[in-house]
Design a protein around this ligand. Structure first.
Ligand code: SF4
Length: 216
């Protein structure tokens, strides 16, 4: 087992309590699905913050683990909570359209997850202690998927992935270095665009920037 894999295994065991994943000599990125499944099982029994009591479903993630682009939202909304899938409903439909306009297939080219895996009641903003409790799961997803480009959808995921607590207007529209050392583009959450359609042209430019980075 290589040093990097051993460290990752120990981290999964200590931080997430995942002990059943065997990372043997042959562990490579092709084991992404089984690693993600181990994390998903941990999430589905998580009680690390009070949100497990009010959620309907845990929302783990969706898409192609081999995709070059990983999009990260803030937290499940009502439709996501009901279906257990990220970015469904009107905001999800808009996201799919924005991806298609940029030439990206949502099923094939993207993996999508949220910082929080449970819906905050009434779609209120995530609290710092909830983000602290839940973010190791996202951390694991990113370390397993190893995307070439990260896209943050909304302020909270932008703050988390960039490590900078700047207004979204200062973070978006440019290429940032994420805390994972992966290139990052921050843009608006599709729900914000539904509330303020004037944001859509800026969002389109951000998705074009993600595509440009993927092609580099
Ligand atoms: S939001 Fe995250 S940390 Fe809180 S209960 Fe759900 S999965 Fe666990």
């Amino acid at each position: 087992m290589g040093k990097e894999n051993l460290e990752f295994f120990l981290w999964m065991k200590e931080v997430l309590g995942v002990s059943e994943v065997f990372l043997g000599e042959r562990y490579e990125v092709r084991d992404k699905r089984s690693l993600l499944e181990a994390i998903r099982r941990q999430v589905f029994q998580c009680r690390k913050c009070p949100l497990y009591r009010t959620k309907t479903n845990y929302v783990f993630g969706d898409g192609n683990p081999d995709a070059g682009l990983m999009l990260v939202g803030e937290a499940p909304g009502r439709d996501e909570d009901l279906q257990g899938i990220p970015f469904v409903g009107r905001a999800g439909k808009l996201l799919t359209e924005l991806l298609e306009e940029a030439g990206l297939d949502r099923e094939k080219d993207v993996y999508i997850a949220n910082v929080l895996k449970c819906r905050p009641p009434g779609n209120r903003d995530p609290k710092p202690d909830e983000i602290a409790a839940c973010s190791p799961y996202l951390d694991a997803q990113i370390r397993i998927i190893k995307p070439r480009v990260l896209g943050a959808l909304g302020r909270y995921s932008g703050h988390f992935l960039s490590g900078q607590n700047l207004p979204l207007s200062s973070l978006r529209g440019r290429v940032l270095q994420s805390i994972y050392g992966i290139k990052l583009v921050v843009t608006y959450h599709p729900a914000a665009i539904l509330r303020n359609p004037n944001l859509i042209d800026r969002s389109r430019k951000d998705f074009e920037l993600m595509l440009k980075l993927l092609r580099e």
